[in-house]
Design a protein around this ligand. Structure first.
Ligand SMILES: Cc1ncc(COP(=O)(O)O)c(C=O)c1O
Length: 475
């Protein structure tokens, strides 16, 4: 049982060093080509990874295990750092953030209570304070790290629901559960918003029916007149609007809803405004494009994802709240974990602001990356992806064999070959299995579209033009 853990013992440190070095070499050796994927089909993959028994009576030891990983798994990973990977909001991880992952796993801090994460708690608080400043919140602003956009959106809609019940209905939902009129609650979001809005409504007991999908304009942004009409019609029918979820960067198009006008409507009707900036939050660091998300500071809560535009490893998200008092709805004291007296004595137990109990120290990745790269580099990285999307858009406009949906606001371009949907689908599959190139696919008005999500700043204009030539040649 020696060397089970990394300890202060010399032998244990030596064993750790060996494991890290061997893993690092295996990772590097596996990166043999620039392709995004080995090309294996699901059937072929199943054969390659077949292992008689993954729980043998006697273990095989690290070296033999790593050999298996080298043979079966590493060559078949999707290579997210490849410039041939352009499918999803799924980024290559910046180098120093991989070091952060190693450090945070080695020390395995848990963010629920101060006594499980003393310095990590203080660092998360420091990062959250910086984020509040960046996104324009004042001293009442607060936040917490989350597993990503889905959890942050669930938190936003939960707090919106509870705030509405507490302040507008004078009803203690935390103690009593849903109020009698709960099935009249309505949440407004655009028809191209993320499906986690509906998922949240379901989990909160409000059901999909509570989500009103507001029409978008030709640029895929929420149409403000449709929003106003929906709210007013619902009010006149006795329904109860509680919040608007504005998308600050839609998953497919990167379109940004009109935040100023939506905020005015929310103020007029006393609604909570949640900003889903899982995608668009990265623009804040771009000196060239940050004004595209002006108005984000008016949101009552904001979803931020660091595992998208910020290029950090999964998982890494945050939820920001304009008024820290609204976190109270999530706080419940447990004698073993987060005693009330701790707070009075200056020990912060972050579990009081989170849906999770045990939680990773993901804030370290933001701290280390911000500090290491600095604003100028991060601005370049993020601006480059938007520049690349503009380039592809203009290139598509010049090519008559393609249709393109809209001018990108962030870094995604949705387009199609002017051919049958089946041809577009076939071309995408051929790119994956014959060329190791992975691009996205979506549907608009019953037609199949192709999608480039351009997060990787190493992509060049030549690379993108060559890809469009290749797509054309596959028809
Ligand atoms: C706009 C938007 N919101 C929320 C999410 C969900 O984020 P996550 O995958 O981090 O849970 C996504 C994911 O792509 C997204 O694009």
């Amino acid at each position: 049982m020696s060397n089970l853990f990394l300890t202060s013992d010399k032998k244990s440190k030596k064993a750790f060093d060996k494991i890290v070095k061997k893993s690092s070499k295996a990772i590097q050796d596996s990166l043999k080509s620039s392709a995004a994927y080995s090309g294996l089909t699901p059937e072929e993959l199943k054969k390659v990874i077949f292992t008689e028994n993954i729980l043998p009576e006697s273990g095989h030891g690290f070296d033999e295990t790593l050999e298996e990983v080298k043979k079966k798994i590493l060559p078949n990973f999707l290579n997210v750092t490849s410039t041939d990977y352009m499918a999803h909001l799924h980024s290559p991880p910046l180098m120093e953030s991989i070091s952060s992952e190693l450090i945070l796993s080695a020390f395995n801090q848990s963010m629920d209570s101060w006594d499980q994460a003393p310095v990590a708690t203080e660092i998360e608080l420091q990062v959250v304070e910086k984020l509040c400043q960046l996104y324009g919140y004042d001293k009442k602003g607060d936040g917490i790290f989350t597993s990503g956009g889905t959890q942050s959106n669930l938190m936003g809609i939960t707090l919106a629901r509870d705030w509405f019940c507490n302040t507008k209905l004078n009803y203690d939902i935390k103690a009593l559960g849903l109020p009698p009129e709960y099935n009249k609650f309505r949440i407004y979001t655009s028809e191209v918003s993320h499906f986690s809005v509906e998922k949240s409504a379901h989990l909160l007991g409000l059901g999909y029916n509570s989500v009103v999908k507001v029409a978008v304009d030709s640029r895929q942004k929420m149409d403000i007149d449709s929003l106003r009409t929906s709210i007013e019609t619902d009010l006149s029918n006795g329904l109860i609007p509680i919040c608007v979820v504005a998308t600050i960067g839609t998953t497919d198009y990167g379109s940004i809803d009109p935040l100023e006008e939506i905020n005015e409507l929310c103020i007029e009707h006393g609604l909570w405004l949640h900003g889903d900036a899982a995608y668009g939050s990265g623009l804040i660091l771009s000196s060239k494009y940050s004004s595209r998300i002006d108005g984000i500071e008016n949101c009552d809560s904001i979803t931020i994802d660091f595992h998208k535009m910020f290029m950090l490893p999964i998982s890494c998200g945050a939820f920001l709240l304009k008024d820290t008092d609204n976190f109270k709805t999530l706080t419940l004291h447990a004698d073993y974990l987060n005693r009330e007296e701790d707070e009075e004595e200056g020990y912060t137990n972050l579990v009081g602001k989170s849906m999770q109990t045990t939680r990773r120290f993901d804030a370290l990745k933001v701290w280390m990356t911000f500090y290491s790269q600095g604003r100028v580099n991060l601005s370049y990285i993020i601006s480059k992806s938007v520049d690349n999307a503009n380039f592809v858009y203009n290139s598509l406009l010049k090519r008559e064999e393609f249709d393109v949906v809209t001018k990108p606001e962030i870094s995604s371009v949705v387009f199609r070959l002017k051919q049958d949907c089946e041809v577009n689908k076939r071309v995408r599959r051929e790119l994956i299995h014959k060329h190791g190139i992975v691009i996205g696919q979506t549907v608009l008005k019953d037609k199949t579209y192709l999608k480039l999500t351009l997060l990787n700043p190493l992509l060049t204009e030549k690379h993108l033009d060559d890809l469009l030539d290749l797509i054309k040649s596959l028809v």
